[in-house]
Design a protein around this ligand. Structure first.
Ligand code: M6R
Length: 608
């Protein structure tokens, strides 16, 4: 969840490290630090707080051309300047930044203390610096290799030593790491956005690989010392992707980017005339998919909510059992063998530790694995049997928005694809579904044109201690997602419920004025929803309905209405989701919350 960067080059490194860290701040932002090699000495500066605070105390007037940096999401030890990275050995000659968890750090720490090492932080990372100190014998790469042979757990690390002023050594196991190749300068980072301003030439580092970077050379080898040939990839995406582009927050920019993200995600995949969805990426496993008899969808957080919608929709279209499971549960719950089963692993970042581990477990149980992710080149893309990319561009806000609706779209397309392949739907039905999907980006555009009522509703919700979201069928997972968005960025207690479940417990939470957001697009459960709205109104809740433009009946039942364009109920979640994202956004904004970097969270959850 932390972000690491490193640069060895021919110009002042401090501004480069700061710039790179800013691009990685979505990974963690409770403390930060850098270490630079200034002549024969390592200078470390670290603080509790954000990169901007680090920036304000850094000395930019130095000639250091080599350095490493870190932005932290605390695991071992509170956020503080002492626990912030980089960590150094006893003599301050080695500095380390780390993303991951060293599971046997306590035993190693005791052992090292027993040999006289003095520790200054509560972190697991610091043992790496002391292990390197013990084995250093004039070759940093060798010492790192020896140190890593002693540690269990996950890591992406970057290390410098004052004995080797041009060198950075980096290594990876179960935490992301990329190398960037520049002209007379080379970089290492947790993720491509950190490097994008300086280069588009990248090398993906695999688990068990160690990299030695100097300003003019990069070599990669295994932890056992075998040299590895790597290919250089040209990174997609632009520097502007990682800029706010005039919007007050990344989250708002990304909400508004949804029509574009959806158009890109459906590009080249929907053939309306033929009534076909074509996933060229899946051609190699087409026959295996045709034969599948069950599906497990595995994901966390927002991606899990997309998975619930996927279950409802796929069971309806494809008529085979679909289970949806939290990655963190699936991996430890002795999953059943997956013969003729497809595991759809959904992860926006492609780096979520639990989802990667669950996918490995699924594969070892015989599942065919299909990853749905937004990040090309992420770990999941290299481990799944096949991948479907959502093409949403970089998402920086911690709250997932455009990637969520692109996941929904991908699951709809997959539903039509499998249903057609198994001849469960005819061409006419498929054409109708495809043309409905194609209309969605335009409908979201018209929804985004008038958000007055959403802001009004947010003004009410921001005064409340709690709020509830209710929906049925395909809009039930959207109610869950609306609640997650609300609690995540506004810190208001929010829960989502299947509307029919209210009377089995949650109704006890409703008192006078409690905000309830009801998702009521026209469809087969519309009148059931009206009944549920009556139940909460009878307890004096303040109900806002999210309803179709043409619904004249709804105002009689509720206190206020947020309108969405008319759309088949089946596809309405892609519109109701956008409304709830905006509702959470404006509620958080009116509360003055830190929208893009909510407390305690990070964008890419690379620890379990
Ligand atoms: O990258 P992933 O989709 O695997 O991330 C899973 C969750 O951590 C993520 O969806 C999280 O719930 C969202 N940031 C919430 O907005």
């Amino acid at each position: 969840m932390c972000g690491i960067v490193g640069c060895t080059g021919n110009q002042s490194v401090t501004p480069i490290l700061v710039e790179s860290l800013k691009r990685l701040e979505y990974r963690g932002y409770d403390s930060a630090g850098i270490a630079t090699l200034n002549g024969a000495e390592i200078d470390v500066t670290k603080i509790e707080g954000k990169i901007s605070e680090l920036e304000s105390i850094l000395n930019f007037n130095n000639n250091a051309c080599v350095g490493i940096g870190h932005t932290r999401w605390a695991t071992h030890g509170v956020p503080s300047s002492t626990n912030a990275h980089p960590h150094v050995d006893c003599s301050g000659s080695v500095a380390v930044v780390h993303n991951g968890i060293i599971e046997n750090f306590q035993a190693l720490k005791e052992e090292l203390k027993g040999r006289g090492h003095i520790f200054s932080s509560e972190t697991d990372t610091e043992v790496i610096a002391h292990l390197i100190e013990e084995t250093y014998n004039g070759d940093l790469e060798c010492a790192v290799r020896d140190a890593l042979s002693r540690v269990d757990g996950s890591y992406a690390i970057a290390v410098i030593s004052d004995n080797e002023p041009d060198v950075i050594v980096a290594a990876r196991k179960d935490s992301p790491l990329v190398v960037g190749l520049g002209d007379g300068e080379n970089f290492v980072a947790s993720d491509i956005p950190a490097l994008r301003k300086f280069t588009n030439k990248v090398i993906y580092v695999n688990d068990g690989e160690i990299v030695r970077l100097t300003r003019n050379n990069v070599t990669v080898s295994t932890l056992d010392g075998l040299s590895v040939e790597k290919s250089v990839v040209i990174a997609s995406g632009s520097v502007q992707d990682a800029e706010r582009g005039g919007y007050e927050h990344f989250m708002l920019k990304e909400i508004h980017e949804q029509p574009k993200a959806l158009r890109e995600t459906m590009e080249d995949r929907l053939y309306e005339l033929e009534g076909n969805v074509d996933f060229k990426e899946l051609r190699a496993i087409e026959h295996a998919i045709e034969d599948i008899e069950s599906i497990s969808i595995i994901a966390c957080g927002t991606s899990y909510h997309a998975g619930i919608l996927g279950k409802y929709m796929l069971e309806d279209l494809v008529r085979i059992p679909v289970r949806v499971e939290y990655s963190s549960e699936f991996r430890y719950n002795n999953p059943l063998p997956g013969n003729k089963s497809l595991a759809i692993c959904i992860s926006q970042s492609g780096e979520t530790a639990d989802t990667l581990a669950a996918m490995n477990e699924a594969r070892s149980q015989g599942y065919l694995t299909l990853a749905v992710t937004n990040v090309d080149g992420s770990t999941i893309t290299r481990k799944a049997d096949e991948i479907l990319l959502t093409r949403s561009g970089t998402e920086i806000g911690v709250a997932a928005t455009k990637t969520f609706t692109a996941q929904l779209l991908t699951l709809y397309m997959l539903g039509v694809y499998i249903a057609r392949m198994k001849t469960l739907i005819d061409v006419e039905t498929s054409r109708y579904m495809i043309s409905s999907l194609k209309a969605v980006p335009g409908l979201i555009e018209s929804l985004l044109d008038d958000i007055n009522n959403i802001e009004k509703c947010a003004l009410q919700v921001c005064e409340a201690d709690c709020c509830y979201f209710i929906g049925r069928g395909l809009n039930y997972p959207i109610a869950l997602e609306g609640a997650l968005k609300m609690k995540e960025i506004s810190y208001i207690r929010a829960e989502g419920f299947p509307a029919g479940e209210l009377k089995h417990g949650p109704l006890a939470l409703i008192t006078t004025g409690t905000p309830v957001i009801a998702l009521v697009p026209k469809g087969k459960t519309y009148y059931k929803m009206l009944g549920n709205i009556k139940e909460v109104k009878a307890r004096n809740a303040n109900v806002t309905a999210v309803a179709n433009n043409s619904d004249d009946e709804i105002p009689k039942y509720v206190d206020s209405v947020i309108r969405i364009p008319d759309i088949d109920e089946l596809f309405s979640p892609m519109l109701t989701a956008v409304v709830l994202q905006l509702l959470a956004y404006y509620t958080a904004k009116f509360k003055g919350a830190e929208i893009d970097q909510p407390r305690n969270l990070a964008k890419s959850v690379t620890v379990e």
